[in-house]
Structure formats: structure tokens, C-alpha cells
Design a binder for this molecule. Sequence first.
Ligand code: SF4
Ligand code: SF4
Length: 254
Amino acid sequence: MSTQTIASGDRTILPEGTRMIPVYVMGKKYMLPETLTIQKAIEYAGYQYIRACGCRGGICGACPTVWRTMGDYQLHFGLACQTVIEENMVLAQLPFFPANRAEYKLEELAPTAETLVALYPEILKCVGCNTCTRACPMDIDVMGYINNAMRGDVGRAAKKSFDCIQCGMCSARCPAQIAHYHVAQLCRRLYAKYIVPAAKHTASRVAEVEEGKYDSALEALTKMSAEELKELYVAREAEPFDSEGWEPEDKANL
Ligand code: SF4
Ligand code: SF4
């Protein structure tokens, strides 16, 4: 491993007295400001993210990172945009996690345990170790939703996994090789298609779109300049949301 100690990035304004600490990126040692997240530290070291970076706010799940600290045998997992660097971290980015994703047509499925087990038989191999839950940066009860899926409780699995950002860190640790987030996504799809009542306002809006109600407005928008579009956006009528984030009309239509 190289002991090169350059840190070429200078885009970050650092508070006075910020300590520089050694961190290994791509096998090279860099002295980096201790206050930075892994994501910012890697950029500070001069790297540009092409993959493994998305929203930068802990929501998209694109930046899972594996690290070990020198002298410690344990592997750690976390989101690069949410984890602050530590001395002697050895970092490895995961551009994506190559978990198995089953092929299916939602229209041909039923929301049952049989469906889930047929597409993801590995869920029956869960040993109840709870490693997946401990690995989750969103504090989701991952083992819980896999257990729900095993029993065919699609609704509970869908609701429990609602905040999943598909980072894959649960699947990276699972001794049963379960692709948790794909199982969860299937549960949410089944739940939305077969269990929750259809949203009436969505159906009526789709019908309006198909009838061409918005064609002329859309055409007018496509002919506007960027400046005109910005002005229109700023002057738009703000949508009314209640304290739970619902529009009154949407809530009434659920
Ligand atoms: S990590 Fe895998 S085996 Fe362990 S509880 Fe989670 S799903 Fe089950
Ligand atoms: S359930 Fe798994 S894929 Fe989803 S956010 Fe948690 S660790 Fe990431």
C-alpha cells in the first residue's frame, strides 16, 4: 500500500484548527480533514465521483461504503454521505450491490407467501441473526419484514420497508444470501396493486391525460425559454399540504 500523503482538493473551507488525519482511499494514504464525511473526504483527496454518489443527503442509497480501520479485523458498512471519517480508515466504495433480482410480471402474481417464496426462495433460509437490521442505515426492521414476507404478510412487509433506500448493505451481510431490498420492493408492489384501494384521483388524472386535456398546455411549455419557465415556476400556486404532508384532495381520495 502506498504511503503517498498528498491531498490535492481545496474546495472545502475548513474551520480553523481542523486536524488532518490519515485515511486510505483506493489503497493510497491521504491526510484529510477530520470533520469531513467519507464522500467529501474522497473528493478532497482529488477523486471525482462517477458512480456510487447520488443525492448526498442519505436518501438515495447510492453510496454504500465498506471500511476497516487499520489494526481492527472488523468490517464496517455505512453511507459515504452520512459517515464522518476516522483515523486510519481503509475505504472501499460499492458502486452497486449485485443482489439477485427476480424477473416477474406483476399482473400475473398474487400477494401471497407462495409468490414470494417462489421468486425469492432464499427468504426461507433466514437464521434470525438480525445482522441485516443492524446493517441498515435507515433503522428499518429488516429481519422483521423478511419474516413478514415469509409468512405472506405482504402489507406489513411493505409498510415496514417503506423507507428502504435500496443501498444493499443488509444483503451484503446476510449469511442466507437474501436480497432483502428486492423482496421488499416486490412486497410494496404487490401491496399497492392488490391490497390498498386504488387512488381515485390518479385514475381520473390518467384519463384526463389520455383524453389530451393537457396537450396544449404542455406544448406551450415546451416552447418557452428557460427564463420564462423559471418565472412561471416561481409564480406557481403553492400546493397546500397538511401537517402530515398530504394534499387535502389526495387524502380525501385515498
Ligand atoms: S441477515 Fe439474513 S439470516 Fe440474518 S436475520 Fe437478516 S435475513 Fe435473516
Ligand atoms: S433495508 Fe437494506 S437496502 Fe434497504 S435501506 Fe436498509 S440496509 Fe439499505
